[in-house]
Write a protein that binds this ligand. Structure first.
Ligand code: C5P
Length: 405
């Protein structure tokens, strides 16, 4: 919680400024007071009226305002805050911070601050990778300026890569960490599965699926951010291993099950892997040859259902076992059936019907189905889903949820 904490939010110019509006709401619902400074460029992206309405305070934007200076002054503006947050922090703002400029209210407040400073950078990936930006960031790092994000994914400019501003809930978690040291899952153990499995046909061939591992990895990262000791059991993916997470790399469903069982006991298990339903009954020891002209016949055998195995452990069942369900129709009803069949506590049902853009994309439409009812979540990025899920898990394991349904 951030009750009575005072955040000075500096909004600079970037398309991600729209996320700052949601960020203000998230901070306000946690009890924080949010005072905002907008740069000239920021006002091209969001209106001061929206920012003022959501923050329930006036917006500061003018270094030369006689009224503002006589009422509060730019020094007090930054001194009265518990934390100064620049979100979005554009390449330009970062450069001006690194150079120590004070040519507008935002940079002046930053320069005059004696409080922790957190930035959430966002920019085009070439701008991010540019040596000038990287050297500016190194300068800020050396001065103790903290950073959350950026993440990688689709950028507003149409390119894909590093440069997306961290999601509001990630930023909130970072602020909570800085201000309260709050890691709500400290002392808890988490197990997450992610990615596809590979089932060998022979030593060089396999059957698998297109799972990217994005959602599972993001969940492991979000749980670790909240302080959980997190084991990520993953099939082969392109995703980097999240910081603070113990990766157990596996290939087959059988290996995944063994690794999951070895990770027990845990408080929460989130099964986000796309486990192959079948394996080749007997994989060939040597590479199958084309000779003879007759193609081989592959006999399939059913793979273990890892989710229901973990959910039905008698002595060391995790307190919370969570599965995913990709559905194209009767999404909630089918998820309810799956909840019972797999004996898990929550199913995150995912609408993958045509037009939702879920498959391979960065966005998910989730319905959290539990015995007590259904929570419909708005369309979110996979990282937002991860942050919200981690938040709900922390709530369910004994802390008050930050996101009441
Ligand atoms: O039955 P279905 O594959 O739709 O169930 C999806 C859920 O079950 C996911 O959480 C997935 O990780 C899990 N699962 C599993 N082992 C399997 C098949 C699915 O853990 N063999």
């Amino acid at each position: 919680m951030l009750r009575d904490r005072r955040i000075l939010l500096i909004i600079s110019g970037g398309i991600a400024a729209y996320k700052s509006l949601d960020l203000i709401r998230r901070l306000r619902e946690r009890g924080a007071a949010v005072r905002c400074i907008m740069t000239v460029a920021a006002k091209h992206f969001v209106t001061p009226l929206s920012v003022a309405s959501l923050s329930e305070d006036k917006v500061y934007d003018d270094l030369w305002s006689l009224t503002d200076e006589s009422e509060i002054g730019h020094i007090r503006l930054s001194r009265e805050a518990d934390l100064v947050l620049a979100a979005p922090a554009s390449a330009d703002l970062i450069a001006r911070m690194a150079a120590g400029l004070a040519d507008d209210l935002a940079t002046t407040a930053l320069l005059a601050s004696d409080k922790p400073i957190l930035i959430a950078p966002t920019m085009n990936l070439m701008m991010w990778a540019h040596p000038a930006t990287q050297s500016n960031l190194a300068t800020l790092d050396a001065r103790g300026v903290m950073r959350v994000g950026p993440g990688s994914g689709d950028l507003a400019c149409g390119e894909v890569g590093s440069g997306r501003m961290a999601e509001p809930l990630e930023i909130v978690a970072a602020i909570e960490q800085v201000l309260t040291g709050a890691k709500r899952l400290v002392g808890r153990r988490a197990l997450v599965t992610s990615g596809p499995t590979r089932e060998p046909i022979d030593p060089v061939r396999y059957i698998s699926n297109h799972s990217s591992g994005k959602q599972g990895h993001a969940i492991a990262a979000a749980l670790a951010t909240l302080g959980a000791e997190t084991v990520l059991v993953s099939g082969p993916t392109q995703e980097p291993t999240p910081a603070g997470v113990k990766l157990v790399a596996v290939e087959t469903a059988a290996e995944m099950l063994a690794a999951c069982e070895a990770a027990l006991p845990v408080d929460v298990a989130v099964m986000a892997a796309a486990v192959a339903d079948w394996r080749i009954e007997t994989a060939a020891l040597h590479k199958l040859k084309k000779d003879g002209g007759r193609p081989p016949v592959l006999r399939l055998a059913e793979n273990p259902d890892i989710l229901s195995r973990i959910a039905q452990r008698s002595n060391d069942r995790p307190t919370l076992v969570i599965g995913f369900a990709a559905e194209t129709n009767e999404v909630v009803e089918n998820a309810r059936i799956k909840l019972g069949r797999k004996h898990c506590d929550w199913i995150l049902a995912n609408d993958v019907s045509l037009g939702t853009g879920t498959f391979g994309g960065d966005r998910n439409t989730i319905h959290l189905v539990e015995a007590a009812g259904v929570e419909d979540w708005p369309v979110m990025t996979k990282r937002e889903v991860a942050a919200r899920l981690a938040d709900r898990i922390a709530g369910s394991l004994g802390y008050p949820p930050l996101h009441p349904p």
